[in-house]
Design a protein around this ligand. Sequence first.
Ligand code: CTP
Length: 401
Amino acid sequence: MKKSIVLGITGSIAAYKAAELTSMLVKKGYEVYVIMTQAATKFVTPLTLQTLSQHPVYVEMFDSPQSWEIGHISLAQRADVVLVAPATANFIAKLAAGLADDLLSATLLATRAPVIIAPAMNVGMYENPIFQKSMQFLKEQGYFFVEPDEGRLACGTTGKGRLAELDKIVSALEEIFSAKHELSGKHVLVTAGPTREPIDPVRFLSNYSSGKMGYAIAQEARERGARVTLVSGPCHLEPPAGVDLIPVETAQEMFDAVIKHFDTADVVIKAAAVADFRPRQRAAEKIKKDEAVMTLELERTPDILQHLGDNKRDQVLVGFAAETENIVENARAKLKRKNLDLLVANDLTEEGAGFGVDTNVATLFFPDGTTVKLPKMTKRELARAIIDQVIKLLTTKKRMV
Ligand code: CTP
């Protein structure tokens, strides 16, 4: 059976691109039902969309129905996915407020289908904290966003706000259809990257972590339907689409961000390479090289994973261990000490394992004493294997809906 997409079009100059989008989706074999806001009809005519979608186009909430069952409830139920492209700042604010004063907003409020929003607006509106707050809130509710591109905007300015490339929007949609959504309704908290512990205003202690492992896990969890919060130390990676990124620098900041989201999390995966020590003092001014030898006094950072293990309720807790010797004994001890449900141990001495590279060699350790030794694989493949195990752990804990 053909998949049904309800395509919402709102009143942005980018509305004309929705005609091309409709045509692309129809060519790919989807049934497309278009709902336009009144404002959208000023930019592109319903007749255009009707011709391209080969279905009637809906605008008014109280139009006389084309057949007995058409209306916002039946459109909401019929949708396999609801896609709003372009979505204006006004429409997104309405959605965040739960308003339902036209057919499109009423359909969105009523639907249980996944919703993808592709915003388009002026850069000032996009950057406005009021808009950002609405978008953030919707992301937290599980809405998928295809973020706008940067470039020249219709209003003459340059910046972020241009409707994302149509190919990107179609890929986001296809990802939803292809993904198995075993984690839908679950909140997965992932940490990634290194931390930086400041010495003075221009220097810090850190490590070689690239963040690749944690970002791959965040992406995999998201694609399998979870709401994902990614707490990341400084790294040069694009956050995966639809993931809620919280950038941090120090171990203390990572601790605070993780604790803030721990209560609502069903799963916590701590892939970050957290600094174990930080300078006891952060010099207020740049340290001068007056002495031939310099001593830095270090103190322990908070052990985030230990704190989570000590305080966990029913969350599935996954830790990482980077080892260079006695991997089995160290991993078992760490699993027990930190009260983990799964420990992913990397043997840093193996070729293709550890920091910076795209592959990893890992062994999984479970509290019941079982281990799974995985072959060398890409970090993305390892992410999939870890999420598979997490799903099993959630199921055994009987917390899957
Ligand atoms: N970790 C953490 N907070 C820290 C240090 C580490 O949450 N301050 C987490 C890491 O994210 C990782 C796990 O603990 O998931 C393992 O970190 P690692 O430094 O390898 O192990 P430790 O338990 O600190 O033990 P040791 O340094 O003795 O090997």
